[in-house]
Design a protein around this ligand. Structure first.
Ligand code: FRU
Length: 898
């Protein structure tokens, strides 16, 4: 069971338990059975009303009611039925005493309390009796009549049902009342059986006996009223007094009859309905009660009927008030019950809301925790993947140095005709595979650059057909060898197309390499160039292995490698090609059929509107030729003096050794394994050029360059940085550190050599400038740093100011410019290609030449002014330098004016 379900179940159980406890606290529901001998007349209806009114004040009861309609047998059956249904108390008004006695006793004996009301049974086996004393009722009526008739006269008695107790007792009571008065007597007796119609019938039947009747006593008002009407109908004396029993209030009741004169009087006979219910609950609740409960009676005639009616009216009003209030109370109770229900509902809802809120909160916490865990896990996984890829990339970086070390000597060997004759084929194989390795490494690195958005498009306008043709030509040899029909088909020449030559070269080279890999000997590979309105399309189609649809869907995935093509490629080539084409806003697509062949199409948008400004700029940093092409021809070396020195800073000892071995024939080579050592040696040796790897122990190649360029002693030294980090940004950062050149690995040694020579040659141009007679001009092409310019100016000024000083020494000058003697020597040598002494002498002679041409000094004076104490020596030096004596020179300037 889930936690929420468990909670709901707990809630339901607790609610049920609460409800059950509440019921227990409540009083049990009592069932009250009421067996009525007859229910249709007003008196009985009044009795029932009284009961119901009283019951409405009592909570928790059921009321079973049965009307026997004057039938004793029916009443017995009804009581039995009630007993069957189950009653807690029986109220019974027995139709006849004897017939009902047994069932009453039986009920009593079963332990069910029996309250006998109005009429009695033949025994006293019952729990309680309620009713007026019928003997007294008869006696009161008799006494009243005796007095009314002045103790003399004939009375007609109309009895109720003879077997019923009130009829028997009232009869007895009447006789008892007449006993003291012999002048008054019951002259006749008829049985009306409590009913008016029976009364009428009986009177009409006994008409003869009615002639001398003075008064009638009927056992109830209804029979009395019937007697009055019948007597009238029979035309008998209206002065006959008629007395009834019951004196019911309300319309059609005895009080009305007395009031209207129909009856002379009526004996009040209370119903006892209210009292019966009251006693029933006392019995049920085990409270004290009386067994015999006799109700009071009174004779009502003209003298007190009004008072009685008023009282009844008042009582009725009060009763109505009570009923209204009861109704209100019931309504209030209902409202209260509803409100309690709503309140309970709210409480339960609230509790449920709190419980579910708690659960939801917990669930949310759990979900959050799980989500965080997932995020953490996926971040870790991404970091791990990134770390792995970085690792592979770094390893690939590392491959470049050894590959360089293989390619360069390999190419040397290939150039060597002797070796080439002996092992040319093997060397070619090695060469091919090394390039293949390099290609893979480069692809991997390009891919990483694309991922890190470092690889930028540098498109230039080119002839696509010519470009494709060159690449196709590259494969001619292998095609011929394998008897593959390789063709270039120009369907429509798109002419100039904007693309990044380096990237498209990689894409097409990769497609052709693959086509050759998967096409059997004697197969065909067609390369076509075509165009439509929007784009140029290059297709490479072969009749090789081909691919099914599933494989076609995967080949552009980064790590996909087909089983059939295993060993045929890294799987990166096509994925990389796709990215490279995406950079062009173009596409690469495939169509293939297993066993029939494959068509790859490369789509390049026409025009240049789709390219941003930066994408249209050619690359600043690509210095190497594409890896599968022959290296660019190195510029022809210029002759350089051998005493020029190089400092090579490289921690890869093999590369260091290789470079040393390649340069040491032409240069004095200093080496260092770390940036810190490199810096130290640079200051010490002031080499003519420094080649340094970027990533080296100690300070980096960039930092080394920065420090060297900031120091006056070394600021003139050209620096070439070598690195495997070949992104344009990294090259720019290298150049920003003031490196004079930036070469990426793998590099061709010839290219490096050319760079070295080029930089040194530029220095030579600079030297020529400084030592020439011309002032330093803005046209100066050789790169010279501000520090170097300042150094040269300071040095020149210093020499200029001290020209007259014959004793001016290198030591003095070095001290004045703040460097050591050797450093000054090297600096001057590097920047001006002469010794300090030569420079000073040169300036002396130049100044002398100036004096000779511009001022009227004697040669001896000039000799003195430029710090050469011997005029003869001055003349010799001047002649050596300018090819004529100072005097002769003066003459050429001033001519005959001298
Ligand atoms: C009603 C009635 C009353 C009378 C009583 C006697 O049914 O006839 O009029 O007083 O019963 O049981």
């Amino acid at each position: 069971m889930t936690i929420p379900r468990l909670c709901v179940a707990l809630m339901m159980i607790s609610l049920l338990v609460m409800a059950a406890c509440k019921d227990k606290r409540r009083e049990r529901v009592w069932t009250i059975g009421f067996s009525q001998c007859v229910g249709s007349d007003l008196w009985r209806r009044t009795m029932l009303e009284e009961m119901k009114t009283e019951l409405s004040l009592q909570p928790n009861h059921k009321f079973l009611y049965a009307d026997a309609d004057n039938n004793s047998a029916a009443q017995i059956a009804q009581v039995k039925d009630m007993l069957k249904k189950g009653i807690d108390v029986l109220i019974i008004s027995p139709n006849e005493a004897l017939p009902l006695t047994d069932i009453v006793e039986e009920t009593f004996k079963k332990g069910i309390p029996v309250i006998v009301i109005d009429r009695k049974t033949a025994s006293s086996v019952y729990t309680a009796y309620i009713g007026a004393e019928n003997f007294q009722v008869g006696k009161m009526a008799g006494g009243y009549l005796a007095r009314l008739l002045r103790f003399k006269g004939n009375v007609l008695e109309i009895t109720g049902l003879p077997g019923s107790s009130p009829a028997m007792e009232r009869s007895r009571g009447l006789k008892e009342a007449f006993r003291p008065y012999p002048g008054i007597r019951v002259a006749a007796q008829v049985h009306g059986d409590w009913l008016p119609e029976n009364t009428k019938r009986a009177l009409q039947a006994e008409r003869d006996k009615l002639a001398d009747i003075d008064a009638v006593f009927a056992h109830n008002d209804r029979m009395a009223q019937s007697a009055r009407h019948t007597l009238r109908q029979l035309g008998l004396d209206s002065a006959i007094k008629v007395i009834g029993v019951d004196a019911l209030p309300g319309a059609g009741g005895g009080l009305d009859m007395v009031s209207s004169g129909t009856l002379t009087a009526s004996v009040l006979y209370p119903t006892g309905g209210k009292e019966a219910i009251d006693i029933a609950f006392r019995i049920l609740r085990k409270q004290a009660f009386q067994k015999e409960n006799l109700l009071k009676s009174v004779v009502i005639d003209r003298s007190n009927v009004q008072l009685m009616q008023l009282q009844w009216a008042r009582i009725r009003d009060q009763q109505k008030d009570i009923e209204r209030q009861q109704k209100l109370m019931a309504e209030q109770k209902e409202i209260y019950r509803n409100q309690r229900f709503v309140l309970n509902l709210i409480v339960v809802t609230l509790v449920l809301a709190v419980v579910f809120g708690g659960l939801a909160f917990r669930a949310l916490q759990t979900i959050r925790r799980q989500r965080n865990q997932l995020i953490e896990m996926s971040e870790k996984a991404a970091a791990a993947t990134e770390a792995k890829l970085n690792f592979f990339t770094n390893i690939s970086h590392e491959f470049r140095t050894p590959l360089t070390l293989i390619i360069s000597p390999l190419e040397d060997l290939q150039k060597n005709t002797k070796v080439a004759t002996a092992a040319g084929r093997e060397l070619n194989l090695i060469h091919k595979n090394v390039h293949r390795l390099l290609r893979l490494v480069n692809q991997l690195m390009d891919y990483r650059k694309i991922e890190h958005k470092e690889l930028k498009l540098h498109a230039t306008p080119n002839s696509l057909t010519a470009f494709v043709g060159e690449i196709v030509d590259h494969f001619r040899h292998i095609a011929a060898k394998r008897h593959i029909d390789l063709r270039l088909l120009v369907k429509a020449d798109p002419n100039t197309v904007w693309f990044d030559t380096d990237m498209l070269d990689k894409v097409l080279f990769n497609l052709l390499s693959n086509a050759f890999k998967f096409t059997a000997d004697h197969g065909r590979i067609y390369v076509s160039v075509d165009r439509n309105d929007r784009e140029a399309v290059v297709e490479v189609s072969d009749n090789g292995l081909g691919m099914d649809e599933e494989e076609q869907g995967k080949i552009f995935n980064r790590f996909y490698q087909s089983d059939a093509r295993r060993g045929g490629g890294s799987g990166l080539g096509l994925s990389l090609s796709k990215e490279l084409m995406a950079l062009h806003k173009g596409a690469i697509k495939v169509a293939s059929k297993k066993g029939e062949g494959t068509v790859f199409s490369v789509h390049l948008p026409l025009g240049e509107a789709h390219l941003s400004e930066t994408e249209r700029k050619p690359s600043a940093g690509r210095q190497l030729a594409p890896y599968h092409e022959a290296p660019e021809e190195a510029p022809s070396p210029i002759s350089l003096v051998k005493e020029q020195s190089l400092l090579i800073v490289e921690d890869n000892l093999e590369l260091l050794e290789y470079l040393t071995s390649k340069f040491e024939n032409d240069y004095q080579v200093f080496t260092a394994n770390s940036g810190t050592d490199g810096l130290h040696i640079a200051f010490e040796q002031i080499p003519d050029l420094i080649i340094s790897d970027v990533v080296i122990p100690g300070i980096s190649g960039r930092e080394l360059t920065k420090q060297l360029k900031a120091d006056v002693r070394t600021s003139h030294i050209p620096v070439i940085l070598l690195t495997a980090q070949d992104s344009v940004e990294q090259q720019i950062s290298g150049i920003q550190s003031n490196a004079d050149a930036y070469l990426t690995k793998p590099f061709h040694f010839d290219y490096l050599r050319a760079s070295v020579e080029n930089l040194l040659r530029n220095r030579a141009v600079l030297k020529a400038h400084y030592i020439s007679d011309l002032p330093l001009s803005g046209n100066q092409k050789a790169p010279v740093s501000n520090i170097d310019k300042k150094f040269l100016n300071d040095f020149a000024r210093l020499v200029e100011q001290n020209l007259a000083n014959e004793q001016l020494s290198v030591d003095e000058l070095a001290k004045a410019v703040g460097v050591s003697r050797v450093q000054l020597y090297r600096k001057v040598k590097a920047l001006l290609n002469c010794t300090v002494t030569d420079y000073v002498m040169n300036r002396r002679l130049k100044k002398a030449k100036y004096y000779l041409a511009n001022e009227h000094h004697s040669v001896s004076e000039i000799s003195y002014l430029v710090g050469i104490s011997s005029p003869t020596y001055f003349s010799t030096l001047f002649k050596n330098r300018y090819g004529m004596t100072p005097t002769a020179y003066k003459k050429t300037v001033f001519g005959n004016k001298l």
